[in-house]
Design a protein around this ligand. Structure first.
Ligand code: ZN
Length: 75
């Protein structure tokens, strides 16, 4: 049984494929994952899509800002 969802059957690993993806995001983004889940899932279903879109845009902006920063360091 998967340690996280406790639904999927797993044999050699602790987590099923879906939960391994979640674990991967946790490794990459740490607390940011919990913040996003909290802010998105605590909303009404119709507001969730807007929030998801906003969060994605925020992440893209952050990534762009980092890339620009990295680029200017090389110049
Ligand atoms: Zn699972």
């Amino acid at each position: 049984m998967c340690n996280l969802c406790e639904k999927e059957t797993v044999y050699l690993t602790k987590f099923c494929e879906k939960c391994r993806k979640v674990k991967h995001y946790l490794n990459l983004y740490d607390d940011r994952v919990y913040e996003i889940l909290d802010s998105v899932l605590s909303r009404d279903p119709e507001k969730q899509n807007n929030k998801v879109r906003m969060e994605i845009n925020k992440e893209i902006e952050n990534m762009r800002a980092k890339q620009i920063k990295r680029g200017s360091e090389h110049n």
